[in-house]
Design a protein around this ligand. Structure first.
Ligand code: MRU
Length: 363
């Protein structure tokens, strides 16, 4: 059978060459190019340039990335190794600011170093390897569980809308917002899926439409300004989106345009579900106002994808990469432990306490 994009791992560790392996997502859907990275600058670039992207995949790439880089440190003693590790971590943390998974994964890796300072460099490297592999493997399980809980929120034949790419290409497998779609496909749900193209970097058109079509789903691509049309016609029964950071009160940062979709969905009575691994929940931030929002180069709006520039030279451009959806617009936050509903402040805290997991460090 012909290989599809779903047969390639979004992000993985090449054990033999001790390299971070990713699909270069900037080339999709036209070309499937696999990159093998060992240099910290290349790994930083891959994250900044969105060759690997999507909050969970960024976290996994950072974990594997810092492991493969630390395998190549010259340090002979643990103290030197620790210093080199911290420099590498500080550097990788500057690649993108919004997805908290980047910091969460690097903190987990750092914890391995700091709690094993009595061990040899070789032993610490082995433990870093194991932690990176665990972060990778956990992601598959987490996404599958999100899919199971999310599937309970919809019925066979429903129309679903998603924004950006919170799919397999944003995780190790299944995606978050797409997890119910993949599981629904396995169980014959026959969903009709609307995918926003997602200006300016077209993650919906280039990535989500590509991977869902490869999975044999019924996919319809729409421009970002068409969600009201399909919702008004009654073609959408639920919106599923991913997230880059959820604050303690449930406010959610996700790809720019998500909050527009949520406002439209409110108008037409369509529930919006945010699919959130607990690694994306940041209880140190009270509300969405505290979430750092990445701004990207103007050219992504004025020139990219066009044969010729489509905006006057010198025009002012504002290009925030994410927006914050107010928690009042969110019907439920679907985690690997179940669906959390309002009041989010209380119920997120409770869910994390019961399951003893939370992203509580300051970033
Ligand atoms: O800029 P990107 O492509 O990294 O943005 C991705 C998103 O906004 C996703 O929806 C989010 O990271 C969740 S991915 C499961």
């Amino acid at each position: 059978m012909e290989r599809t994009i779903l047969d390639y791992e979004t992000v993985s560790l090449d054990e033999e060459n001790k390299a971070l392996v990713i699909i270069d997502q900037t080339k999709l859907p036209g070309t499937i190019e696999i990159l093998s990275l060992t240099d910290i600058e290349d790994i930083w670039d891959a994250i900044y340039l969105l060759k690997v992207r999507g909050a969970p995949a960024i976290g996994v790439a950072a974990a594997i990335g810092i492991y493969v880089v630390s395998e190549r440190f010259d340090a002979e003693c643990t103290d030197m190794f620790c210093r080199e590790f911290h420099n590498a971590k500080d550097y990788l943390e500057t690649s993108r600011p919004t997805a908290v998974n980047l910091f969460w994964a690097l903190d987990r890796m750092e914890e391995v170093v700091s709690s094993n300072m009595d061990k040899s460099v070789a032993e610490i490297k082995r433990l870093l390897h194991d932690e990176a592999v665990q972060i990778h493997d956990e992601d598959i399980e987490v996404c599958r569980k999100i899919g199971i809980y999310a599937l309970e929120l919809v019925k066979p034949g429903d129309g679903l809308l998603t924004h950006c790419n919170a799919g397999q290409l944003a995780t190790v497998k299944y995606g978050t917002a797409t997890a119910p779609m993949y599981l629904g496909k396995e169980q014959g749900y026959g969903f009709h899926i609307f995918v926003d193209e997602t200006r300016p970097l077209l993650q919906g058109a280039r990535l989500t439409a590509f991977e869902l079509q490869a999975a044999g789903m019924d996919v319809t691509l729409i421009c970002d300004n068409m969600s009201a049309s399909v919702m008004k016609k009654g073609l959408v029964q639920a919106v599923f989106v991913g997230c880059d950071r959820v604050a303690a009160n449930g406010d959610t940062a996700n790809k720019i345009g998500t909050s527009v979709v949520a406002c439209v969905a409110k108008q037409y009575g369509v529930p919006v579900y945010v699919c959130a691994p607990t690694s994306t929940i940041d209880m140190t931030l009270k509300s969405g106002a505290e979430i750092p929002i990445e701004e990207r180069p103007a050219e992504e709006i004025t020139e990219m994808w066009y044969r010729e520039r489509m905006a006057p030279e010198g025009v002012k451009v504002f290009n925030p990469c994410f927006d914050v959806t107010d928690h009042e617009l969110i019907a439920g936050i679907v985690t690997e432990y179940g669906v959390v509903k309002a009041p989010f402040e209380k119920n997120l805290e409770l869910m994390l306490k019961v399951n003893d997991t939370a992203n509580r460090t300051d970033h």
